[in-house]
Write a protein of this length. Structure first.
Length: 218
C-alpha cells in the first residue's frame, strides 16, 4: 500500500505544478503592446525634436544669447527684463518666419520673399520688375500659414521652458507645484503641436528652413 502511494504522489505533484503555471501571453496581445509602445515612442520623439520646426537662425540666436542675457541663469531685475524682451523678439521672429517662402528663378538661384494676400513679395531679387520669376500668385498667404505661425510661437515657448538658464532666470527657486508645471506643460505643448503639424502640413520653405523644392512645387 505504501509503495503504491509513493508512486502516486509524484504524479499528483506534477499535475499541481502544471496547473499552477500561468498560460503564456497570447501573440495578439504582444502585437498590441508593441504597437502602442512604438506609437508612444514616436510621439515622444517628435515632441522632443520640435526644435526642427523652428527657424535655424532663431534657434541659434536663442542658444547663443540666452546664456549671456541670463548670466547663466543668475538674473537680477534688469537682466530679467532684457531676457523677457529677447524671448519676445525671438517668438515674433518665429511667427513672421512662417509667412516667408522661397522661389527658384530662371537663373537657377533661390530667392526669398514674404507671402501676401496677392502673392509674394520677393525682397532679395535684383530685378524690381520681377522678370524671370514664376507666377507668384500661387504663393499667397493661406489659412494654414496662420496656424503654423501660432504653433511656431508655442513650440518656441516650449523650447524656452526646457532651457535651464531661462527657467532659472524667472524661477530661481521654484516650488514643487511650479516644477511639475514646468516639466509637464512643455511636453504637453510639444505633443499637441507635433500632432497639429502633421494634420496641417505646409509646403513653404522660408527663411531659416531648408529648401527642398523648386518654383513649381505648389
Amino acid at each position: 500500500m505504501s509503495s503504491s502511494l509513493k508512486q502516486r504522489n509524484p504524479t499528483s505533484s506534477q499535475a499541481n505544478d502544471t496547473t499552477e503555471q500561468e498560460p503564456p501571453p497570447q501573440p495578439h496581445l504582444r502585437r498590441q503592446r508593441s504597437t502602442s509602445h512604438q506609437a508612444m515612442s514616436q510621439t515622444l520623439t517628435s515632441a522632443a525634436n520640435l526644435a526642427n520646426f523652428l527657424p535655424t537662425g532663431t534657434l541659434l540666436a536663442f542658444q547663443l544669447l540666452i546664456p549671456v542675457f541670463t548670466t547663466n541663469g543668475s538674473c537680477d531685475y534688469p537682466t530679467r527684463v532684457l531676457t523677457l524682451l529677447l524671448l519676445t523678439l525671438l517668438s515674433i521672429s518665429c511667427f513672421l518666419s512662417s509667412f516667408t517662402d522661397s522661389v527658384k528663378a530662371e537663373d537657377g538661384n533661390v530667392y526669398y520673399g514674404f507671402a501676401t494676400r496677392k502673392g509674394m513679395w520677393v525682397f532679395d531679387y535684383p530685378d524690381p520688375s520681377g522678370l524671370g520669376l514664376p507666377d507668384l500668385s500661387k504663393y499667397r498667404i493661406q489659412f494654414v500659414d496662420w496656424i503654423h505661425a501660432v504653433l511656431s510661437m508655442l513650440v518656441f515657448g516650449a523650447v524656452a521652458m526646457r532651457d535651464k538658464n531661462a527657467v532659472s532666470c524667472f524661477y530661481p527657486a521654484p516650488e514643487q507645484e511650479t516644477k511639475k508645471v514646468l516639466d509637464i506643460v512643455p511636453m504637453g505643448v510639444g505633443v499637441i503641436c507635433s500632432l497639429l503639424f502633421l494634420v496641417f502640413p505646409t509646403r513653404r520653405h522660408g527663411v531659416g528652413y531648408p529648401v527642398t523644392g523648386d518654383g513649381g512645387r505648389r
